[in-house]
Design a protein around this ligand. Structure first.
Ligand SMILES: [Fe+2]
Length: 441
């Protein structure tokens, strides 16, 4: 039986191709001139990576210019793990931070395009998606780098962290707008948790110290990813002052969070965090279906859906009283929250998420949600602001949608969720993780 992470919408593609002058239905706005790039795991033919998260990273790019779709191409990122021909089973942290898969997200900062994975160094790629090499910011980065850094919209700084399965378990980093690593600060946590994302506000960083931990015995077995749920670990959110590094911890109901939507400070100075929450049971089911295991035994091939009970949730953290309030914002399973990144860390009205076959937009002001079916498996919807934006949701959403073994880049009006254009891609793009829009300078 082919494992769940190697078949259906997750099935890898076998090669690298390119195509020019892609068919477009609808009208691509001329100002969408740049590149959409999406990252995801793509084991080579014959490889069994043991877990969806462990396949070699492959970038898929679509070049748009002046209303046309000029090209599509896909490229594996040539990490040392890729070029050594090794399977991608283990975290790199602590040994060789360049021996990773770089399969999770892609960003651009101070002119560099970086493919990211949370257990190692970023890999720089060219605008044409060819690998330049591992990036440690001039030797200053000595930990892994999360795939979910946050750009402060006021300062242009890139805030991020690295976690490791040996001490230091958690390190906070700050990259200047010019791309210089100017701060690295160790943060005390009880153990090696799988910390996939974090949040920022104007004055704080929010840590997710949750009970999915690295397991040395699973690592020795060299199968799947060596992380498991641990009831004994507890669950905490931490609020760290960006200026002084002081962390205040808040116990919360045990849960897991892969992805943060946004955080901000409210009028009373409380820190409000919106994120997609998994209950212990929904985490175990999801992790098992992706090829991992809650028990140390590789999970059975199950559904390939990531969306098993993951729902939008809000934590309100009262720094004075030391109390955390929790509330569910919806009961619809969603994932991959995005927003207008000009609002990162600030009060924001809209979050965009995806359900299995739809884009779902949340309005924090009214509490309403809008659902736009896409007709296929729907990837993360990247928000692209309009040049003349007057409202937070003036812009577009870009998502790769796959149905009947064919993929398209769908462009929606972010305000109405009405389709604007569909770019037909020359091949099926496996369901993956995160993308970005890199406008021409
Ligand atoms: Fe992610």
């Amino acid at each position: 039986m082919v494992p769940s992470y190697l078949r259906g919408d997750l099935a890898p593609v076998a090669d690298e191709i390119g195509a020019r002058d892609l068919p477009v239905e609808g009208v691509l706005p001329a100002e969408l001139t740049g590149r959409y790039v999406r990252n995801g795991p793509n084991p080579r033919p014959g490889e069994d990576s043991g877990h969806w998260f462990a396949g070699h990273g492959m970038l898929h790019g679509v070049r748009l210019r002046d209303g046309r779709a000029e090209w599509y191409r896909n490229r594996w990122t040539r990490t040392t793990r890729f070029t050594d021909g090794a399977l991608s089973l283990q975290p790199g942290g602590g040994r060789d931070l360049a021996a990773v898969t770089a399969n999770t997200s892609v960003i651009r900062h101070s002119g560099r395009t970086l493919a990211l994975v949370e257990n190692g160094l970023p890999y720089e790629v060219t605008p044409e998606l060819d690998t330049v090499g591992a990036c440690d910011f001039g030797g200053r980065l000595t930990t892994a780098m999360t795939a979910h850094p946050k750009r402060d919209p006021d300062t242009g700084e890139l805030l991020f962290f690295g976690y490791g399965f040996a001490p230091p378990y958690l390190t906070y980093h700050r990259l200047s707008a010019g791309g210089e690593l100017v701060e690295s600060r160790q943060v005390e946590v009880p153990g090696p948790t799988m910390m996939h994302d974090f949040a920022i506000t104007r004055n704080h960083v929010v840590w997710l110290d949750l009970p999915v931990i690295f397991d040395i015995e699973m690592a020795k077995a060299r199968r799947g990813l060596p992380y498991r749920w641990d009831d004994g670990y507890g669950a905490r959110l931490g609020v760290m002052g960006r200026a002084d590094g002081r962390v205040r911890w808040f116990d919360v109901d045990p849960c897991y969070v892969f992805h943060v939507g946004n955080a901000h400070e409210d009028a009373a100075g409380r820190v409000v965090l919106d994120a997609v929450r998994y209950s212990p049971e929904s985490f175990r089911q999801t992790w098992g279906s992706m090829g991992g295991s809650a028990t140390g035994v590789p999970g059975p091939a199950g559904t390939s859906s990531l969306l098993i009970g993951s729902t939008l949730h809000r934590w309100t953290l009262d720094l004075d009283g030391g109390l955390a309030k929790e509330e569910a914002l919806d009961d619809r399973p969603v994932e991959f929250p995005t927003l207008n990144e000009e609002r990162t860390g600030l009060p924001s009205r809209y979050l965009y998420t995806v359900a299995d076959d739809a884009v779902v937009k949340y309005d924090a002001r009214t509490g309403a949600s809008t659902v736009r079916p896409t007709g296929g498996t729907t990837g993360e919807a990247v928000f692209v602001p309009a040049a003349d934006a007057r409202a937070e949701d003036d812009g577009w959403l870009m998502s790769i949608v796959t149905a009947a073994d064919a993929s398209a880049l769908l462009v929606l009006d972010a305000g109405t969720l009405e389709p604007v254009a569909t770019v037909r891609l020359p091949r099926r793009v496996p369901a993956g993780f995160h993308g970005g829009w890199f406008a021409d300078a």
